[in-house]
Write a protein that binds this ligand. Structure first.
Ligand code: ADP
Ligand code: MG
Length: 481
C-alpha cells in the first residue's frame, strides 16, 4: 500500500583525548561531574578553543564516506535553554558542515546491496545529561558529557525498511571503529540516532509527512521504533486521517512511540556565528595526510575476499567486523595458500579462544599470522590431523606462543605416524585376509569401508589419520593402485 521512507540523523561521539572546546578529559565515567571545567560549566569570561583532533576525526569520517570536505570551518551558537546546557547555547556547524554529500554502501544478509546517500556531516558539542530519577524531588545533572565532540551524520530520506536502517547504523559504527575515531558503544551513548519516518502511496514521488523519533540507542530499538511508527502511520492514513509532523519519543519498555512536541512548537534556535572562534582552515597538506592515513575500509576488504578467494559473504562479514582482524586475515592470506582454512580458523578456533577469555579483539590473540600458517601446512601435508591440530595442539600452543607448532607436536606426540608404518603393505595384507568382504565391497557394499579402516588401525596400534587411511583403502579396493 505505502512506501516506507526513512532518514537518519546519527550522532557519533568522537573519542578524542579532550573535549571539543574545553580542556578536560573526554572520558565516559559513571561517577557524575568528574570531568568538567570552567569552560564547559560556562563560568564568565571563559573562552572556547577548538580541539584540532576533533575536527580531523570529523574530516576523516567525511572523507571515508566520500563527502566533500569543507576547508574553512566556522562554528555557530545554537541557542536554547535547558539545564544540561550551562552556556545556554551549543556550538555547532550550522550552515557550514565539515562534510557535504557522500554515501555508504551496505550489504544485506542475503548479499544484496543498497546505497545510503549522506546529506551532510557536521561537528558539534554534546550537552550534559539530565537524569530524572524515580522518586527524587529534583532532576540530577551530570556534566561529564557537556562539550564532548559529536559528529552528526544526516542521511537523505533514502532508506526503506527498519532492517536496512539498522544495517546502515551498524555499518556506520563499523566504519567509525575502523577509523579509530569512536568506540561506537551504544550502551554508553557513544552512538545514537534520531529516525525520521514517513509513508507515501506506492510509487508516489512526493514524500509524506514525517515524524522524528528521538534518541534511539540500540539497533533493536531503532528497528522496533521504525516498525511501530510505520504501523501507526499506516493505520492513520488508511483511516483517511493525516499524520501530524512532530517529534516523538520511543519507550523501550512498551515498544511504542509517543508525541513529544509538534512542529509549531519547534524551538527557534537563533543561530549566529560564535564570535570567540576564528575560522579554522584545513590545509591541503593536512587533508592529504588524512587521506593517506585512511585504512582499507570494510566493504573493500569484503569485495576483495569475495572476488579473490570466493569466500562466502557471512564469513567475510565476520572477518571484516574489526580492522585488526581484517588485517590479520590479510597477512594470513599472504602466508598460506590455504585461505579457506584460515577463514575457518579465524571464525571458529580463534573466535572461541577470544570468547572464552572474554575478549573480542584479535589483538588479544597471541599467535602471529605466520605461526598460524605454519600449522595449516602441517595439517595439509597430512602430518597432523585436523582434530589434533584444533583440539589438542592449538589450546597448548596459545599457552606457549613462543614455541613452534613442531615443538608442541613433538612434546605431546601429536604427529600422525605416517612414516614409521608401511601403509601399503599393511593395507594389502589386511585386504588379502578377507577376500569375501573385499568382493562384497566391490559389488556395492561400500558400508564395509569403516570396518576395513578399523581393521587397519587395529593392526597399526591406532596410528595414522583415519581420513587418510580411508583414501588409501578406497584406492586399493578399486584396484586403482
Ligand atoms: P530537521 O533539521 O528539522 O530535522 P532535515 O531537513 O535536516 O530536518 O531532515 C532531517 C532528517 O529527516 C534527514 O535525515 C532527512 O533525510 C529526513 N527526512 C526529511 N524528510 C523526510 C520524509 N518526508 N520522510 C522521512 N524522512 C525525512
Ligand atoms: Mg532533526
Amino acid at each position: 500500500m505505502f512506501d516506507i521512507v526513512i532518514g537518519l540523523e546519527v550522532h557519533i561521539q568522537l573519542n578524542t583525548t579532550r573535549k571539543c572546546f574545553a580542556p578536560e578529559a573526554n572520558t565516559f565515567d559513571l561517577e557524575a561531574n568528574t570531568h568538567t571545567s570552567f569552560v564547559s560549566l560556562a563560568h564568565p569570561g571563559t573562552l572556547p578553543r577548538l580541539n584540532k583532533q576533533a575536527l580531523l576525526h570529523a574530516a576523516q569520517l567525511s572523507m571515508a564516506l566520500g563527502a566533500k570536505v569543507t576547508r574553512k570551518n566556522l562554528f555557530a551558537r545554537k541557542n536554547y535553554f535547558y539545564p544540561d546546557l550551562p552556556k545556554g547555547f551549543q556550538l555547532t556547524q550550522n550552515e557550514n558542515p565539515i562534510g557535504i554529500g557522500g554515501h555508504l554502501e551496505v550489504r544485506r544478509k542475503d548479499g544484496s546491496a543498497f546505497v545510503v546517500q549522506i546529506h551532510h556531516l557536521h561537528l558539534e558539542e554534546d550537552a550534559g545529561k539530565s537524569m530524572h530519577l524515580a522518586d527524587a524531588p529534583f532532576t540530577a545533572l551530570d556534566y561529564n558529557r557537556a562539550g564532548v565532540p559529536l559528529v552528526e551524520l544526516v542521511t537523505e530520506p533514502c532508506l526503506h525498511s527498519a532492517e536496512d536502517a539498522a544495517a546502515f547504523l551498524q555499518a556506520v559504527r563499523r566504519l567509525t571503529r575502523y577509523l579509530g575515531i569512536s568506540d561506537g558503544n551504544m550502551e554508553e551513548g557513544s552512538l545514537r540516532c534520531d529516525a525520521n519516518i514517513s509513508l507515501k502511496p506506492v510509487g508516489s514521488a512526493k514524500l509524506g509527512t514525517r515524524v522524528e523519533i528521538k534518541n534511539l540507542n540500540s539497533f533493536r530499538f531503532l528497528q522496533k521504533a521504525v516498525a511501530f511508527e510505520v504501523a501507526r502511520q499506516g493505520r492513520l492514513l488508511q483511516a483517511g486521517e493525516a499524520v501530524v509532523q512532530e517529534t516523538r519519543t520511543f519507550d523501550s519498555q512498551t515498544g511504542e512511540t509517543a508525541g513529544m512536541r509538534k512542529k509549531e512548537d519547534a524551538p527557534d534556535y537563533r543561530y549566529f556565528p560564535e564570535p570567540d572562534l576564528a575560522p579554522i582552515v584545513l590545509s591541503e597538506e593536512i587533508l592529504q595526510e588524512l587521506e593517506q592515513a585512511l585504512p582499507t575500509l570494510p566493504h573493500a576488504w569484503i569485495a576483495h575476499w569475495e572476488q579473490t578467494y570466493n569466500l562466502a559473504l557471512p564469513t567475510c562479514e565476520l572477518l571484516a567486523e574489526e580492522r585488526e582482524t581484517a588485517q590479520y586475515f590479510d597477512a594470513l592470506c599472504q602466508n598460506t595458500p590455504h585461505v579457506q582454512m584460515g577463514a575457518n580458523w579465524l571464525t571458529k578456533e580463534v573466535r572461541n579462544y577470544l570468547n572464552n577469555k572474554g575478549e573480542t579483539s584479535i589483538t588479544h590473540f597471541p599467535l602471529s599470522p605466520t605461526q598460524l600458517a605454519s600449522l595449516f601446512e602441517l595439517v595439509q601435508a597430512g602430518k597432523i590431523s585436523q582434530t589434533n591440530a584444533s583440539q589438542t595442539l592449538f589450546p597448548l600452543w596459545v599457552q606457549n606462543p613462543t614455541h613452534t607448532a613442531q615443538e608442541i607436536a613433538d612434546e605431546h606426540s601429536l604427529w600422525l605416524a605416517t612414516d614409521s608404518v608401511d601403509w601399503d603393505k599393511v593395507i594389502t595384507e589386511t585386504l588379502a585376509e578377507m577376500p569375501d568382504k573385499v568382493l562384497a565391497y566391490q559389488k556395492g557394499k561400500t558400508g564395509l569401508l569403516g570396518m576395513f579402516i578399523a581393521e587397519v588401525r587395529k593392526r597399526t596400534q591406532n596410528q595414522g589419520d583415519p581420513k587418510q587411511i580411508s583414501e588409501w583403502l578406497k584406492k586399493h579396493l578399486s584396484g586403482n593402485i
